[in-house]
Design a protein around this ligand. Structure first.
Ligand SMILES: NC(=O)C1=CN([C@@H]2O[C@H](COP(=O)(O)OP(=O)(O)OC[C@H]3O[C@@H](n4cnc5c(N)ncnc54)[C@H](OP(=O)(O)O)[C@@H]3O)[C@@H](O)[C@H]2O)C=CC1
Ligand SMILES: O=C([O-])C1=[NH+]CCC1
Length: 335
């Protein structure tokens, strides 16, 4: 195991992306995103995903060079056509104007379509909360999740992320898939020979299974909380696809692009300026009071705490990268 400096890891990933056909801008955004996930211990969307990015780029399914196109949607609405590119560069292009709109009008919806999101969602919301805004993000993915009663999967693993400012410049962030496990974690369990938790998935015949391979080979993941998680998956399909103009998870068809792994769907963000709200004590102070009440009640760990602790460790000691992973990454650099 070596411990890599964040910037050195970003430089390696940037080289992989660019040598496989992305523009320098896209390479930089995706490299930072992926290295940040590894740094924060979000392993299902860190270095493990690099082979999938490269296979997808080589398959011609995604355009790593395209420029996102911004479309005016109204005083509080911004549409972005990612034009079959990655979602993160589309969001990066939209963010300055969206923040301006949110501050001018109190809120802004960002509706990104025809976009590929293959990453953790918290990097999309964290920067907005660091600038004093509340941010909610939703992405739909591939049909891996079967709602209760369904004969086959219809929903994606559809993550939902939320970020809000706390007092003293801190933020609170959660980021969760609607499935019991992210698909990435099922792949990692299959790779490492681990069982899934009970009630996470079914096999191809619809029988409950803890075998990750059975879920991957024609089975399905289940939403957390039964019909309640399924309702959140429904909302995310509607917001990230129907609203934006993107595809539903069950409409994604990459059969003409062997090797493709990134979902070509949509993403919706809602930014809110909390200074428009009615809290006399100030929004961030009220959030802090709630966190204090939770700690006083005995909840020691808030969402995001594990990730921020991993980040602090990695920034102090470097990001642990195994020799095997380093070899794999170096092998992904196209000649
Ligand atoms: N791009 C895509 O299409 C998809 C991306 N994903 C990504 O996969 C990643 C993993 O998702 P998922 O497996 O659902 O995430 P987890 O179940 O690991 O975590 C979900 C959230 O719960 C928090 N949390 C976990 N345990 C506790 C606890 N005991 N007490 C309080 N809070 C807790 C986590 O905080 P902490 O971070 O501190 O652990 C996190 O905010 C996400 O980043 C998601 O965006 C998932 C599906 C599809
Ligand atoms: O882990 C997951 O479920 C996914 N990550 C990117 C697309 C789906």
């Amino acid at each position: 195991m070596t411990h890599m400096d964040f910037d050195a890891l970003v430089a390696l990933l940037r080289r992989i992306f660019q040598s496989n056909g992305t523009s320098a801008t896209v390479a930089d955004i995706l490299a930072r995103n992926c290295a940040s996930a590894e740094r924060d211990g979000a392993m299902s969307h860190g270095l493990f995903r690099m082979a999938g990015y490269v296979a997808t780029l080589r398959s011609g399914w995604v355009d790593g060079r395209v420029q996102p196109r911004m479309e005016e949607g109204g005083a509080s609405f911004l549409r972005v056509d990612a034009a079959n590119g990655f979602a993160q560069p589309a969001l990066a292009a939209a963010a300055p104007l969206a923040i301006e709109k949110a501050r001018a009008t109190g809120a802004c919806v960002i509706a990104i379509r025809h976009s590929h999101h293959f990453a953790a969602l918290w990097p999309d919301v964290e920067p907005f909360a660091q600038q004093g805004l509340v941010a909610i993000a939703m992405v739909n993915s591939m049909a891996y999740v079967a709602p209760p009663g369904a004969r086959h999967p219809v929903y994606g693993t559809n993550p939902l992320a939320f970020a809000a400012p706390r007092a003293d410049g801190r933020i609170i962030v959660f980021d969760q898939a609607v499935s019991v496990l992210a698909h990435g974690d099922v792949q990692i369990a299959a790779r490492d020979g681990h069982l899934l938790p009970p009630d996470a998935g079914v096999d191809a015949s619809g029988q409950a299974t803890r075998d990750p391979r059975a879920v991957l080979d024609g089975g399905a993941l289940l939403p957390f909380g039964g019909h309640k998680g399924a309702a959140i998956a429904l909302m995310i399909e509607i917001m990230a696809a129907a609203l934006t103009g993107g595809l539903f998870s069950h409409e994604v068809d990459w059969s003409a692009h062997p090797g493709a792994q990134t979902p070509s769907t949509g993403q919706c963000l809602i930014l809110i300026d909390p200074t428009r709200g009615g809290s006399a004590a100030g929004f961030a102070n009220r959030v802090e009071q709630l966190v204090t009440a939770l700690h006083d009640a005995g909840q020691e760990r808030m969402p995001g705490d594990r990730r921020l602790a991993a980040r602090a460790r990695a920034l102090r000691d470097g990001i642990p990268v195994s020799a095997d992973m380093l070899r794999q990454l170096e092998g992904l650099i196209a000649p």
